[in-house]
Structures are given as structure tokens and as C-alpha cells.
Design a protein around this ligand. Structure first.
Ligand code: CUA
Length: 333
């Protein structure tokens, strides 16, 4: 991989497993292009000189040369199939997070990022342990943004009104830059943040509230709030969700013990398919729960046709939505 970096000179460091895979594919594409460039231009120059005007050279016409025709059809076809399969495999690896990934909620807004942890911490920077898969569950408070971490070679749009995800497994400790890669207004270029990748030991201490970032990282000074993360009022994300479940009135219609009160119970629904009034099925995930809270009429569950629930669109903030979803998710068993 060092050869790759020296070849281009401009690529950022390889900070994740998938970055290594992207770079290897990119190196292959460049090598194939360079090979054919030299072959085609080299032969062209050679023939221009050999058969120049007045040289007297003349080739015999070539007709019905099947070996030649099959070769120039088969070689590019096979090459393109290899490139397609390789690209598909790396792309699949990039979008499918391992099931044991640590989940961090990301909220993009004009013009900053914030990161919400399971334990309720909120930080303007992303702090993660090394060699652990991390899944980002991302939403926007206002307009379209895009989470871009060049050192990890990942980029994913952050879209208002829905959740998108991306994941990575960091392999290099220290500070890595985060950019917004979608024009989102006047201060788009200021929408910056950092990922701090910590050793397992430092990570445990950061989780306990120690200011390990400014102690041990000589790669840059983190913003003060990120040093320890801010503990949100209301405890863990699930606890905050439990509180909202009561204060927003969900409790009146949705039980958490499996009993049908007025609406469907939250018990055991997460990750399963539910049948809708039109007979189709939908998986209960972040996007379905969000839609059902914001616009309950969109996808009603079979058997609850007559249930009336007020739409909560605009009445629940992004951090609250994340907490409510974490609460429902915590009742999956
Ligand atoms: Cu957010 Cu550009």
C-alpha cells in the first residue's frame, strides 16, 4: 500500500479496512489503464515511423482472422467482468455493517455534526475504539448533507426525513477529518468535525468520562466538549426514549408488554416484518418507525385500520427521534 501512496502522492492515509480494498481496486484500474495506454500509443508511434510516407512499407490486408476477433472481444469482456465483480464486492462490504457493530447516531445540521451514543453522551466529534466495526445511523435536522471521512474512504448522503447508514472499522489511531460533502448553504465548507480513534484502553477511559483526547493524542487539539462528551440529561438513549414514550403520550396506545391497548404493542416488533392494511409487508426498522411517528397514516398495520394517531411531524427533534427509536428497539425481545 505504501507503493500505492507513493504512486499517486496525494491519497490520504489508509485508515480503515475498506479503504485498503478501495485503494487496491483503484490501483488495479490505474494499472490496466496504464498498460493499454502504453500498448496503444506505443504501437501507434511504432507504425507511424515504420510505415511513414516514402518508406515503401506495406502490410498484407487481414481478412476473417477469427483468432484476432475472438481475442479482442473476449479480453475486454473478461476485464470488464472482473472490474464489475470486484467493485460490487467492495461496495457490498462498504454498505453492509456487521451485526455486532457499535451504533452511533449522527445528526447533520447547518452547519455542524453531532454524535449521539447509546449511553446518552453527545459529542461534536466522533470518538471510537480501534479495530471495532462502527455503524453510523444518520439523519438531518434541515437540508441534505453528506458524511465524508477521506481516510476511511466512506461517503454517504445524510437526508432530511429519513435514516441512512454507513460503517467502518478504523485501523489507525489518532485524529481523522470529517467533511460535509454536499453543498448545504453558506457555511458548508465550515461543516467540519473529526474522528478520534482510540486504543481499547483509552476508549474505556473515555467512556468513563476521562479527558483522554487532550492527554494522549498529539495529532491535534479536540474541541473542549469532545474531550469527554456531554452527558445528556435523562440518562442513556433508551432511558431518554422511555421518558419521551410517557411525556409524548405514546404510552396511552402502545404497550411494551405485548398487550394490545389501542395501537400495536412495541414488544418484539423490531426487526420483524409486519403486515399492513393493504396486505403488503414492511420491516420494522429506523425508517419505518420514523415514518409511522411522523405520518401514522402512511403505513398502517393490519387490524388497526380504524386507529387514529396524530401526526408528530415537526414535533419531535432529531435527538428525540433517535431516543424513541432506541427505546422501541430495546423491546425487541
Ligand atoms: Cu452540510 Cu454541506
Amino acid at each position: 500500500m505504501d507503493s500505492l501512496r507513493s504512486l499517486f502522492g496525494t491519497l490520504p492515509i489508509v485508515g480503515s479496512d475498506v479503504a485498503y480494498r478501495w485503494d487496491t481496486l483503484y490501483l488495479f484500474l490505474t494499472a490496466v489503464s496504464a498498460f493499454f495506454f502504453v500498448l496503444v500509443i506505443g504501437l501507434m508511434v511504432y507504425f507511424v515511423v515504420k510505415y511513414r510516407a516514402g518508406s515503401g512499407g506495406q502490410t498484407k490486408p487481414i481478412r476473417d482472422h477469427h483468432v484476432l476477433e475472438i481475442t479482442w472481444t473476449l479480453v475486454p469482456t473478461l476485464l470488464l467482468l472482473v472490474i464489475f465483480a470486484w467493485g460490487y464486492l467492495v461496495y457490498r462490504e462498504m454498505i453492509q455493517a456487521p451485526v455486532n457493530s457499535m451504533e452511533v447516531r449522527v445528526i447533520g445540521k447547518q452547519w455542524s455534526w453531532s454524535f449521539q451514543y447509546d449511553d446518552g453522551k453527545v459529542s461534536p466529534d466522533l470518538v471510537v475504539p480501534i479495530n471495532e466495526p462502527v455503524k453510523l445511523i444518520m439523519s438531518s435536522d434541515d437540508v441534505l448533507h453528506s458524511m465524508f471521512i477521506p481516510n476511511f474512504r466512506i461517503k454517504q448522503d445524510v437526508v432530511p426525513g429519513m435514516y441512512t447508514t454507513v460503517w467502518f472499522e478504523p485501523t489507525v489511531t489518532g485524529k481523522h477529518e470529517i467533511y460535509c460533502a454536499e453543498y448545504c448553504g453558506a457555511a458548508h465548507s465550515q461543516m467540519l468535525s473529526s474522528v478520534y480513534v482510540l486504543s481499547a484502553d483509552e476508549w474505556a477511559r473515555w467512556k468513563n468520562g476521562e479527558d483522554v483526547l487532550s492527554q494522549n493524542l498529539n495529532t491535534g487539539t479536540p474541541t473542549s466538549a469532545a474531550s469527554t462528551g456531554t452527558q445528556a440529561a435523562g440518562g442513556s438513549l433508551v432511558d431518554q426514549g422511555a421518558q419521551l414514550y410517557r411525556t409524548k403520550g405514546c404510552v396511552a396506545c402502545h404497550s411494551i408488554d405485548g398487550a394490545t391497548v389501542i395501537g400495536p404493542s412495541f414488544k418484539g416488533i423490531w426487526g420483524h416484518d409486519v403486515e399492513l392494511t393493504d396486505g403488503s409487508k414492511v420491516k420494522v426498522d429506523e425508517n419505518y418507525v420514523r415514518e409511522s411517528i411522523e405520518n401514522p397514516e402512511a403505513k398502517k398495520v393490519k387490524g388497526f385500520e380504524t386507529m387514529v394517531m396524530p401526526p408528530f411531524k415537526g414535533q419531535i427533534t432529531e435527538p428525540e427521534m433517535n431516543a424513541l427509536i432506541a427505546f422501541i428497539k430495546s423491546h425487541k425481545d
